[in-house]
Design a binder for this molecule. Structure first.
Ligand SMILES: C[S@@+](CC[C@H](N)C(=O)[O-])C[C@H]1O[C@@H](n2cnc3c(N)ncnc32)[C@H](O)[C@@H]1O
Length: 278
């Protein structure tokens, strides 16, 4: 069998679940990971002696609907590769946009930053690597997530202090911070039915969901607790549920923040909020 024949056979099987374009991209991702071959190699009529068992297993997992990042155990974020497993959320493009915003607006070296609900550690590790001399801290309730985040910091050579903390029941264990960033759970249980089956089946529900009657639970805790932890004029940066921009903004106004902005992502949806402590 040639690489091209294999590509067409796998792509057409995967179209039971994904569009043609998505299926092609996913198979190329597998080829790069397990065969070291790129899209360009497919047209070169390369003969394959046998199909590596790792590729076959990975393809079967994809066919079951497992996200490719959990199949390969890796996800790209802001130009770097992060380890992921079922204990952490797969880093999203919107979160890269949030990190980009923070980097654009905070060029001073030596600032102190805390990430609340760190998951894979994609946010604090990227900030620690991109902002010279920054001191970066990160919290999560999940020991499994913290273990993944620590492995990522080690393999990417980033200095981040990780600490286990149930943020809803504990105070912020760090002081004199210049920035607090968070992409906390914000999907309402009632939104479950609109979500892709793959997300529901494979991604950690602890990372995703909040009760319908209190969707801003995490944002309220952060807005209230951060006053003792942020420096004067310290900044908050949130990723938000696109339908909750104005209520998040109201919450921050009620808690004494100024310069509150609701910002759109590349898809023109309200996905970020930033504010400054008075
Ligand atoms: C939406 S995920 C964000 C993960 C990562 N920051 C990202 O952007 O990919 C939310 C994270 O909050 C954590 N979390 C949930 N409840 C928490 C709590 N009570 N205290 C601290 N962290 C919590 C979850 O374990 C999860 O890693």
């Amino acid at each position: 069998m040639t690489l091209s024949e294999l590509f067409h056979s796998l792509t057409s099987q995967l179209q039971e679940l994904y569009s043609r374009q998505e299926s092609e991209s996913l198979i190329i991702w597998l080829f790069e990971e397990y065969l070291g071959k790129s899209r360009r190699d497919i047209s070169n009529n390369i003969a394959l002696d046998s199909l590596p068992i790792e590729l076959e297993n990975a393809f079967n997992e994809l066919l079951e609907g497992k996200p490719i990042q959990y199949v390969t155990g890796k996800a790209p974020f802001y130009g770097r590769e992060f380890l992921v497993n079922s204990s952490v959320l797969i880093p999203r493009n919107e979160t890269e946009e949030l990190v980009h915003l923070i980097l654009k607006e905070n060029k001073k070296s030596g600032i102190r930053i805390l990430d609340i609900g760190t998951g894979s550690g994609c946010i604090p590790i990227t900030l620690a690597l991109e902002i010279t001399g920054s001191e970066v801290f990160a919290l999560d309730i999940s020991e499994e997530a913290l273990s993944v985040a620590s492995q990522n910091a080690k393999s990417l050579d980033a200095k981040v202090v990780f600490q286990k903390c149930d943020f809803l029941n504990e105070e912020i264990p760090f002081k004199n911070l210049d920035i607090i960033v968070s992409n906390p759970p914000y999907v309402r249980i009632s939104e479950k039915e609109m979500m892709h089956a793959n997300v529901l089946k494979y991604e950690p529900h602890l990372a995703l969901f909040v009760q319908d009657d209190d969707p801003l639970l995490f944002y309220r805790h952060i807005a209230q607790k951060c006053k003792n932890a942020l420096n004067p004029n310290g900044r908050l940066y949130f990723e938000i549920n696109e339908v909750l921009g104005s209520s998040t903004s109201d919450l921050l106004t009620d808690n004494g923040f100024k310069e509150i902005r609701i910002l759109k992502d590349l898809n023109n949806r309200d996905r970020m909020v930033s504010a400054v402590l008075r």
